[in-house]
Design a protein around this ligand. Structure first.
Ligand SMILES: *Cc1c(COP(=O)(O)O)cnc(C)c1O
Length: 369
């Protein structure tokens, strides 16, 4: 790949292939794989990523909202797509685009059935989401009789899967809690199968659950962050490769004398002669303002250049006093050689937040290396 001459997000499909192989090597041969491609495939490009995953043999996709699924359908992706958080206002898009809603409450169940009946649907695939401790979305175990009763009165929908979501699968200090969630899900699914009279697909683990709870893979696993190269664990990370590299270029270098300042609100005041490099990337591109005043950095010629003063909307200035570099040189925000987990930890954040924040202004380029 030639050196960056502007701010770019490079998407490396070979890294995705590697991560997919590693994660699927943890599964039994029959276990299905659902790839989570919400939020532009974790900040990258959902169409590019989904097409590659189709070639790799993925069984299912999940998005958070219906319009994200619509984008995949417009790109001619025909794999089943689970919409994790459908709102009744999006039922029309869901049915028009053959997307499959997660049904998480009595209200969404009743409203979706009414919609499917009005559209003269039969056996429209729905997915029942159960809350086992995350307390975010989902039915309670005590809703099962209600659900089955309502379903027995319609042929408009059919339960394709039942699932739950773990609250702390990456945290082994919470193992007891997680095992309780898994047990709760097992109980719920057993009761549901008996009462429904057929067996939907069952699934409850995310990436860290694939690694830490092999006994809970059920029929399908849902992986997001692992596909993009982060395993929430040092050992796992050794086998994964970051898919996205966010890079930019030095636009200008200034020499700032002792007592002079850099940027808005004079956020940095030089205590000694300082070389400052200005880069064309700012908070509107996904560099949080909280990285300002030295908290965050970019990597230039393999050295960390910390941010001087405040992050601007379209630019940052970084300290290159001790770095051999010139205007036109490349600067890496995160990627295989500049760890996004380490950078996000500097502001008490996580890789998920940093990589999904890269704004749509940033040009995406696809490569294999
Ligand atoms: C986002 C999401 C996932 C993916 O989790 P990762 O930790 O990125 O693997 C799985 N399931 C649900 C319900 C989600 O919302």
């Amino acid at each position: 790949m030639p050196k960056a001459t502007e701010t770019l997000l490079e998407i490396n499909l070979n890294a995705l292939d590697n991560n997919y192989s590693y994660l699927t090597s943890k599964l039994k041969p029959k276990t299905k794989v659902l790839a989570v491609v919400k939020a532009f495939a974790y900040g990258s490009d959902s169409v590019v990523i989904a097409k590659e995953l189709v070639d790799l043999g993925v069984n299912y996709f999940a998005v958070a909202y219906a319009n994200e699924g619509e984008t995949l359908r417009i790109a001619n992706i025909e794999t089943p797509i689970l919409v994790l958080h459908p709102l009744p206002v999006s039922f029309e898009v869901i049915v028009n685009r053959c997307l499959e809603p997660s049904i998480y409450s009595r209200k969404t169940l009743q409203e979706f059935i009414a919609f499917a009946e009005a559209e003269k649907q039969t056996n429209y695939p729905i997915h029942l989401k159960f809350n086992t401790g995350l307390n975010r979305l989902g039915f309670d175990e005590s809703d099962i009789s209600f659900i089955v009763e309502i379903l027995s009165k319609t042929t408009s929908v059919k339960v394709k899967s039942a699932f739950s979501h773990l609250a702390a699968s990456e945290d082994l200090n919470e193992k007891e809690f997680t095992l309780g969630q898994i047990e709760g899900f097992r109980k719920i699914s057993e009761e549901l199968i008996v009462k429904l009279g057929y067996k939907p697909l069952l699934h409850c683990v995310n990436t860290s659950g694939i690694i830490n709870y092999p006994e809970a893979h059920f029929d399908m696993v849902r992986t997001g962050i692992g596909l993009y190269g982060f395993g929430n664990d040092k050992e796992v990370n050794k086998h994964l490769k970051p898919v996205a590299t966010l890079k930019t270029v030095i636009s200008q270098i200034h020499t700032v004398q002792k007592g002079e300042s850099v940027g808005y609100n004079r956020g940095f005041i030089a205590e000694k002669t300082t070389r400052s490099a200005t880069l064309p990337i700012g908070h509107a591109d996904g560099i949080p303002r909280s990285y300002g005043r030295g908290k965050g950095w970019v990597t230039i010629n393999e050295k960390k250049a910390h941010i001087l003063g405040n992050v601007c909307m379209d630019m940052i200035m970084v300290d290159v006093t001790n770095i051999n570099c010139e205007e036109g040189d490349e600067a890496i925000v995160f990627g295989p050689s500049a760890n996004a987990e380490e950078l996000s930890a500097a502001i008490n954040s996580i890789s998920y937040e940093l990589i999904t924040a890269v704004s749509q202004r940033v040009k995406r380029i696809v490569c294999r290396k």
